[in-house]
Design a protein around this ligand. Structure first.
Ligand code: G6P
Length: 470
């Protein structure tokens, strides 16, 4: 019976992340509409099957999620935490996305940023509360000796807090972002930097996407808290989900969107389909969309032979719009795209086709017909677009890839690589990519697809579980 069982919860495998696998919206008639998300963790967890007793602990994000928690609506295997909205806003917008994200992606712009003032200290204490709420929920739900894998920069303090509450658990943490170099990381106030590192070191094992990020973390620990202690560090380079992508990209809605895109891309003066330089991103400062557009403009400027023969298909989906700097960035992308179009457009040729409404089927359509994929982040944990395009591409696509993306570690050899700050160099790389022969393009795409799928989400997740159980 329940009373004679262990005093702990029932779950053997738990994951924790800010954003969960499902979200809710309140419909006009007051009912709740559930929307399932995608991503590596969702397909990774499905690898262990519904009977494994897994639980995903996440945060209620919008009003719909909060309403779902209030009404007791939810899915098996998911527990949403209804953390006070103001605490969540401080922790998520204030600390996670405006401080820790900025540190790891090196996004601050002096002389105005960063300023760690009294307001930051107040938000930090919300971040602590937010992390504590997760630690308590996990402590509550985990069976004796269960495995818990905590995700990302939102929850750096959880491993340490959970270790104190439940020393019997095996605790992992996985970072989906880069880790900052020590000289940049120690911009954080000393006590806060120490708290983040010690919080993470509460885990038995820490996972990173690349050796570069794992080494940066280790260097921070050596410089600031006397080393890693007993915590192990491992690298698991999340790959693309080939089976899912190949199946999904051949559904009817994707074919429809390909037709629509072909229409927008059109034919050049020679009567042949124009080349498509495709990018697909969240509108995210680290994705470097503005410099990508500047590089495209430079290409049209330097190489007039491409005018009317190429189109830049840019999908920039809204992200983190609560933050003014993201709203401004979104506007800057739109303004520059308009500027390029008014400067170069000719009847029947729109040089930049910008879409901002998130549409996964349309992203896949663009992947399938892209001639060149532009992935030029100034810094990126992995970048899955770089891995998905070669898997889905119909006739081969040249990848123009930033050397600052995590994916560079695995894909660098068969991509045309760029320094993301170098706009002239990126324009040159786009020209090179457009000029590669069809044979070379197909060969490279094949090798890229093989490297991109080396560690599919299911294995990526199982590998971490196994390593923690050792
Ligand atoms: C990155 C982070 C994820 C996050 C995602 C979307 O990939 O590593 O943890 O969920 O961005 O960001 P958002 O703030 O919308 O959850």
């Amino acid at each position: 019976t329940a009373s004679s069982a262990s005093p702990h919860g029932a779950h053997r495998i738990l994951v924790a992340s800010n954003r969960g696998p499902v979200s809710y919206e309140v419909r006009e008639d007051g009912s709740l509409q559930a929307r399932r998300g995608g991503g590596g963790l969702v397909s990774g967890l499905s690898a262990i099957g519904p009977d494994a007793g897994a639980l995903w602990v996440c945060s209620a994000l919008g009003e719909g999620d909060r309403e779902a928690v209030r009404r007791g609506v939810g899915e098996d295997g998911v527990r949403m935490l209804d953390i006070d909205a103001a605490v969540h806003a401080d922790a998520y917008n204030g600390i996670a996305n405006s401080v820790l994200w900025f540190v790891h992606h090196m996004l601050y712009q002096t002389p105005l940023e960063p300023v760690f003032d009294q307001e930051f200290r107040r938000q930090w204490s919300s971040y602590e509360d937010y992390n504590r709420a997760f630690a308590r929920a996990l402590a509550d739900e985990a069976a004796e000796g269960a495995v818990v894998i905590v995700q990302d920069y939102h929850l750096t303090l959880v491993p340490g807090m959970l270790r104190e509450l439940r020393p019997d658990l095996r605790i992992g943490h996985f970072s989906h972002t880069p880790w900052a170099p020590v000289d940049y990381f120690r911009m954080l106030p000393d006590d806060i930097a120490g708290q983040v590192l010690r919080g993470m070191l509460g885990a038995d094992r820490l996972g990173f996407l690349t050796h570069r990020w794992a080494n940066a973390f280790t260097a921070c620990c050596e410089a600031l808290v006397g080393g890693l202690g007993d915590t192990r560090v491992g690298v698991h380079g999340l790959g693309a989900d080939a089976d899912f992508l190949r199946g999904r990209s051949h559904e009817a809605d994707v074919a429809e969107r390909m037709d629509a895109l072909r229409e927008q891309i059109g034919e050049g003066p020679d009567g042949r389909a124009r080349r498509a330089i495709v990018r697909v991103d969240r509108t995210e400062l680290s994705k470097n969309i503005v410099r990508g557009l500047l590089a495209y403009r430079q290409l049209l400027e330097d190489r007039p032979e491409w005018r009317e023969r190429v189109v830049h298909v840019a999908f920039a989906y809204p992200s983190r719009q609560d933050l003014a700097v993201y709203r401004d960035y979104t506007a800057a992308v739109q303004t520059l795209a308009d500027e390029i179009n008014s400067q170069y457009a000719k009847p029947g040729w729109t040089p930049v086709v910008l879409h901002v409404k998130d549409d996964f089927a349309r992203s896949l359509a663009a992947y399938r017909l892209a001639d060149v994929a532009l992935v030029n982040p100034i810094r990126d944990g992995m970048n899955l677009v770089a891995k998905e395009v070669p898997v889905v591409s119909d006739e081969g696509c040249v990848l123009v890839l930033s050397r600052e993306a995590g994916a560079y570690e695995e894909l660098g050899e068969d991509a045309v690589t760029v320094n993301p700050y170098d706009v002239v160099g990126t324009a040159q790389a786009l020209h090179e990519a457009l000029s590669l022969s069809a044979g070379e393009r197909a060969e490279r795409t094949k090798r890229l697809a093989a490297a991109a799928t080396a560690l599919p989400p299911a294995q990526w997740f199982l590998e971490q579980l196994r390593a923690l159980e050792e």
